[in-house]
Design a protein around this ligand. Structure first.
Ligand SMILES: [Ca+2]
Length: 94
């Protein structure tokens, strides 16, 4: 049995993700899907997405095991004008 060493870090497919949100988005509504790749194999390539603590007030992110993607969802409604400095730079209400 050949084992894989977890020696690669995940990289986001896009360096910037931006989304336009409607004011009518309800809690639990999906905002955007994000995707990263990891060059390891098997469980070493499985990704779990998290948000920084200050971003969790308004959003949460679900990790989708089947596709290895993360889906950003609304935690608190009326999140118009939210700006992220890290992974999700700008949200504009449409
Ligand atoms: Ca890895």
């Amino acid at each position: 049995m050949i084992d894989d060493i977890n020696d690669h870090s995940p990289r986001f497919v896009q360096s910037v993700y931006a989304a336009t949100m409607s004011e009518s988005l309800q809690r639990g509504a999906s905002v955007i899907s994000v995707s990263a790749t990891d060059r390891d194999i098997g469980s070493n390539a499985k990704l779990v997405y998290t948000l920084r603590e200050q971003d969790r007030e308004h959003f949460y992110i679900s990790s989708v095991e089947a596709t290895n993607t993360g889906v950003l969802k609304v935690f608190k409604v009326n999140v118009c004008g939210m700006a992220f400095t890290d992974l999700y730079p700008i949200y504009v209400c449409g």
